[in-house]
Design a protein around this ligand. Structure first.
Ligand code: SF4
Length: 80
């Protein structure tokens, strides 16, 4: 038996903007930790913050898989 741990596709990580339900990545399909995007958290939205996937703040709320799916489906539909 090998100790090799298979590489997983690291896309949506835990407890950073990338994994936060308020993050709106510029490119939801290929979003990774370096992805730039907007924060639409109700009290922060007005500041038009440009954040990256590896940022974080204390308003963090974990995103649900169905929201990720929805954003990606929408982006794919746009790409045609
Ligand atoms: S800045 Fe805070 S609220 Fe906005 S996406 Fe990042 S963790 Fe979430």
């Amino acid at each position: 038996m090998s100790d090799h741990v298979p590489n997983k596709f690291v896309s949506w990580q835990y407890e950073n903007c990338l994994a936060c339900k308020w993050f709106r990545p510029a490119d939801p399909i290929n979003a990774d930790l370096f992805e730039r995007g907007a924060c639409v958290e109700p009290s922060l939205k007005k500041f038009n913050l440009v954040i990256s996937g590896r940022d974080w703040c204390n308003k963090y709320e974990e995103i649900e898989q169905k929201q990720i799916d929805k954003m990606q489906e929408k982006a794919m539909a746009k790409e045609g």
